[in-house]
Design a protein around this ligand. Structure first.
Ligand code: PMP
Length: 355
């Protein structure tokens, strides 16, 4: 895939490609979705290539929300959602994800309460914005959870925007299901994907949406004046990746699963209460066993006191309590880096513990 990009640049593909994206990439996206999930999109009218998932999300929210419209989203949420909703003059209605009791799920996955989800919808709700697999918790929503969201969307006639950038990075045989494949959902869903996570090329910023043509037209109108278009060479290379290099993605997935296991074990040895992710490359750990319930203060001190960086989950929340005791660590790193981080954290935790 990298060679394809180099060749395309050397071959002269260096001017503006068409705004909606190069046809070979849109065709490859359509073929990939059909082969993997059995869902069909017209590459000419139902797929739009964007500058990463970030632009896809912002342009979609700007296109579909008017001032004062409400967006229901799962909290903690990826930070660009809040900014995009604010830019649109819309209003966030967060629904908390909380750890499931260990008796129900030994790994401590996160989930929402369907009554809370339903209660967040009002007459002003325009979008349900979901993210599965979920950053930061690593939760991959089950079919039952997706069905609860789908039922609500259909009942209240809402559009679902679904950020699925970690769709290929699932572990332990967890199968990702796009909510658009559930009955009645295709025509009310905007699905967001990104080559960045799938092919480990986050710097390339190639993303896309798959959605009914009316939505794609609206989002394209916004995109026209955000960025208009994006590097043709990268697009062509990603088309190649989707058609011919999915085995490489499978190897990435397996290697990430090993690194997940390594960091889960390491953070447990540090004494943290670890929530084992089902997907993504993040682990959320509860810092309370180390004698504090303030994840933000803990994370703020960590670079200086331990030489390690973690992100307090509270920064991804409107309700500080939802994320308060949690810190997110990333395991998309070399083994020796993970081991060094764990060593530093073990030393730090020993120092912290009251004697
Ligand atoms: N959504 C989520 C949930 C993410 O974690 C990220 C990247 N961290 C993005 C979107 C942004 O993706 P991109 O780099 O393709 O814009």
């Amino acid at each position: 895939m990298l060679e394809q990009a180099v060749e395309a640049i050397r071959g002269g593909l260096n001017q503006y490609p068409p705004g909606p994206g190069l046809p070979p990439l849109r065709q490859a996206i359509a073929a990939h979705r059909k082969a993997r999930y059995g869902i069909s999109y017209d590459p000419d009218t139902e797929i739009l290539v964007t500058v990463g998932a970030t632009e896809a999300i912002s342009a979609t929210i700007l296109a579909l929300c008017e001032t004062g419209d409400e967006v229901v989203l799962l909290e903690p949420y990826y930070d660009s959602y809040a900014a995009a909703i604010a830019l649109a003059g819309a209003v966030r209605r967060p629904v908390p994800l909380r750890p499931v009791p260990r008796e129900t799920d030994a790994g401590g996955r996160f989930s929402f309460d369907v009554q809370e989800l339903r209660a967040a919808v009002t007459d002003r709700t325009r979008l349900l914005l979901i993210n599965s697999p979920h950053n930061p918790t690593g939760t991959s929503l089950t079919i039952e959870e997706l069905q609860q969201i789908a039922d609500l969307a259909i009942e209240r006639d809402l559009i679902v925007v679904t950020d699925e950038v970690y769709e290929h990075l699932t572990f332990d045989g967890v199968v990702h299901t796009p909510i658009a494949t559930l009955p009645g959902m295709r025509d009310r869903t905007v699905t967001v994907s990104s080559a960045g996570k799938t092919f480990s090329v986050t710097g390339w910023k190639v993303g896309w949406i798959c959605a009914p043509s009316a939505f794609v037209r609206a989002v394209t109108t916004v995109k026209q004046f955000l960025t208009f278009t994006h590097s043709g060479a990268m697009q062509l290379a990603v088309a190649h990746g989707l058609l011919r290099e999915m085995e490489w993605v499978e190897a990435l997935r397996s290697s990430l699963q090993l690194r997940r296991d390594r960091l889960v074990e390491g953070l447990a040895a540090v004494g943290l209460d670890v929530h084992v992710p089902e997907a993504t490359y993040f682990i959320v750990a509860d810092v309370r066993p180390l004698g504090t319930d303030d994840g933000e203060a803990f994370a703020r001190a960590l670079p200086h006191d331990a030489g390690v960086v973690g992100i307090p989950v509270g920064v991804f929340c409107d309700n500080a309590e939802t994320g308060r005791p949690f810190v997110r660590f990333a395991f998309c790193k070399r083994d020796d880096v993970l081991d060094e981080a764990v060593d530093r954290l073990v030393t730090y935790a020993r120092r912290r513990r009251p004697v």
